[in-house]
Ligand binder design. Structure first.
Ligand SMILES: Cc1cc2nc3c(=O)[nH]c(=O)nc-3n(C[C@H](O)[C@H](O)[C@H](O)COP(=O)(O)O)c2cc1C
Length: 205
């Protein structure tokens, strides 16, 4: 299990709660180096079409937003750097404003069918697309429909997998379509067979 994640999330008050409840506590974190993503984490990210992104407001409120796009839109640039295109949206810029004040973010990525979830802690920077046109172009959606206003880079600090308990398997429309496609084909085949049998018995009468 990656240590860096607990190093970051176990603060003195978290350790106190652990000690009070269970008599032992994880050591309060040191200043260890960031933990790079491995091939399993990179493959998991490449298959995701959404994630939840939490940031901290200037007044200390936690804030979480859903981000969505084509599979792999959260790109692994290298094992310590993620990036995605911030497309024209609701013009609130809450995450962008939060990050300008405090770059720390938390990501939660779900694979509901496989009941897997990955948490990532990192530091985000928003850059106007005009200032980083090459990255903006490489992150833009293939259909070109969403206008890229900013690129977001996330320097990975730590990550951790969660256990599958209490994750209800859920499927997207595309996933359901892929699952039922062979059944649909079978129905068509059986309907043809039934129709052929019906017409041959009519001919026989
Ligand atoms: C027409 C429209 C299309 C949008 N498309 C996406 C999208 O494809 N992916 C996404 O993550 N956010 C999309 N959003 C953006 C979100 O509404 C929001 O602007 C963005 O997630 C930033 O939110 P924040 O201000 O809470 O940080 C879209 C918004 C609008 C109004």
């Amino acid at each position: 299990m990656p240590r860096r994640f607990l190093d970051l999330v176990v603060t003195p008050s978290v350790a106190r709660e652990q000690r009070r409840a269970y008599g032992v506590a994880h050591a309060v974190g040191d200043d260890a180096a960031p933990e790079p993503l491995g091939p399993d984490e990179a493959a998991f990210l490449a298959a995701r079409d959404s994630f939840y992104l939490a940031s901290v407001s200037e007044t200390g409120w936690p804030y979480v937003q859903h981000r969505g796009g084509p599979r792999g839109f959260l790109r692994v640039l290298d094992p310590l750097t993620l990036a995605f295109a911030d497309v024209r949206g609701n013009r609130q810029l809450v995450t962008a404003g939060n990050v300008a004040h405090d770059s720390r973010v938390a990501l939660l990525l779900m694979d509901y069918p496989a009941r897997r979830r990955l948490k990532i802690l990192g530091r985000a920077t928003f850059t106007d697309a005009a200032r980083d046109p090459a990255l903006a172009a490489s992150l833009a959606r293939a259909d070109g429909r969403a206008r890229v206003e900013r690129v977001v880079r996330i320097a990975v600090e730590a990550w951790d997998w969660n256990c599958p308990q209490h994750i209800t398997p859920r499927y997207t429309v595309d996933e359901v379509e892929a699952l039922v496609a062979p059944l649909r084909a079978k129905i068509v085949e059986l309907e043809r067979a039934v129709a052929a049998r019906g017409s041959s018995s009519t001919t026989a009468r």
